[in-house]
Ligand binder design. Structure first.
Ligand code: AMP
Length: 398
């Protein structure tokens, strides 16, 4: 028996989980979140059922950096789990570039390679890597494993991997990577467990959270994704724009005089549901609002999901199952209903009562396509990779 820690370091947040590993599936003991790092940071620690173990405001020093926030989180963990001995720390890393197609033990060379990928994901990768450095400092003897959001998609067929730019850009790494791979990995595993026949077929998964994307899989392997080079592409998201004509960016630069960082800010932080509605990036608030712009933002969101559904069905030569997951996908009956409205031509028919009850299967008995709602668990995918490393030798653990 040993313990593994999972870490998901964002720009101003640090999510962590403590798991017990043994012969079988890792067992979650606790999870925590430090939010607003660099500001008025708050630390929350909860047990595996979601019950609070501690919740406190951090001092300015405790919340100043990722390393300090991790130390504060570990202090609270140690108070509740004094016997925990962390052998491996598993990290969520947004970008693995063309090379990393599986969870990989972090060595100095690997860390250098991941640093070189930072220009591909400048808003995320540096924070992920500061989480790795903080964990290396906190657990000098533990091994570290990086788990990539891009890895699940690495074997896309060429036509789903490329942009029609001059070939030299492809060779430099300007490719369609796809993201949310840890979530898709988890859902593929859940499907194989609960519906093995369906899992072998053509499955479209809609990961609809504050970040949103869709993935078309055959036999549990990614064939196509709505996200491309960056986590901006595809569906509109809480604050991210989703698919955008590149001509709009030229216009913003040439006519509106926006700089690269202003455009980045606009596309990542002020667009999507927030930008369109002017009300909120949060689906619960949009659903509760009677502002017509909130209604239009939801309409655009569900319309783009339907379009992507048709496109991914074409990429897979048809569809056997549609799975909704993440915050909106798991909890919003309204969004699921609106996405599935008018998709009878694809063989999709949902049962309103099952949908309203958030049942695991929300399609009717007659529906040719099975429509499901499955909660995702990205931390568990990281914990499994860390547990595999704890149980075996160095290198790629996938
Ligand atoms: P995530 O990024 O997966 O945590 O998902 C966050 C999104 O899920 C936010 O837009 C939330 O408003 C949305 N969400 C969570 N619960 C519900 C709910 N009961 N109904 C509608 N949206 C929800």
């Amino acid at each position: 028996m040993s313990h593994v820690l999972t870490l998901n370091a964002g720009s101003s947040s640090l999510k962590f989980g403590l798991f017990l590993t043994g012969a079988n599936e890792p067992e979650e003991l606790a999870g925590g979140l430090v939010d607003r790092i660099g500001g008025a940071a708050v630390l929350n620690l909860h047990d595996a059922t979601g019950q609070d173990l501690s919740r406190r405001q951090l001092t300015a020093d405790e919340g100043a950096t990722h390393a300090a926030a991790l130390a504060a989180g570990l202090a609270d963990l140690a108070a509740h789990f004094p016997d925990a001995r962390v052998d491996v720390v598993g990290h969520r890393v947004v970008h693995g570039g063309p090379a990393f197609a599986a969870p990989t033990e972090v060595t100095p060379d690997v860390l250098d390679a991941l640093e070189r990928l930072s220009p591909f994901a400048p808003l995320h990768q540096p924070h992920n890597l500061s989480g790795i450095r903080a964990a290396q400092a906190a657990f000098a003897k533990a091994r570290q494993v990086a788990c990539f959001d891009t890895a699940f998609h690495r074997n896309h067929p060429f036509v789903n991997d490329v942009f029609a730019l001059p070939r030299a850009y492809y060779d430099k790494g300007v490719r369609r990577y796809g993201f949310h791979g840890l979530s898709y990995d988890y859902i593929a595993g859940e499907l194989a467990r609960i519906a093995p026949q369906i899992a072998k077929g053509r499955v479209i998964v809609a990961h609809l959270g504050n970040g949103a994307s869709m993935c078309g899989m055959i036999d549990g392997r990614s064939i196509a994704s709505s996200m491309g080079f960056s986590a901006l592409d595809g569906l509109p998201m809480g604050t991210r724009v989703g698919q955008l004509d590149p001509g709009v960016m030229l216009y913003l630069m040439e006519q509106e005089g926006l700089s690269a960082s202003e455009i980045s800010d606009l596309l990542y932080k002020h667009s999507g549901l927030l930008g369109l509605s002017g009300v909120s990036n949060d689906m619960r608030r949009l659903e509760a609002s009677d502002d017509p712009h909130a209604r239009e933002a939801i309409d655009y969101f569900t319309f783009r999901i339907r379009r992507e559904l048709g496109g991914l069905a074409a990429a897979l030569d048809g569809i056997d199952a549609l799975v909704f997951t993440a915050g909106i996908g798991e909890n919003s009956a309204r969004v699921r209903e609106e996405v599935c409205r008018g998709t009878g031509w694809l063989g999709i028919e949902i049962d309103p009562a099952r949908n309203a009850a958030h049942a695991q299967v929300i399609s009717t008995e007659q529906s040719r396509v099975r429509v499901m709602v499955l909660p995702t668990d990205e931390e568990r995918v990281i914990a499994r990779a860390a547990a595999r490393l704890a149980a075996c030798g160095a290198g790629q653990t996938g």
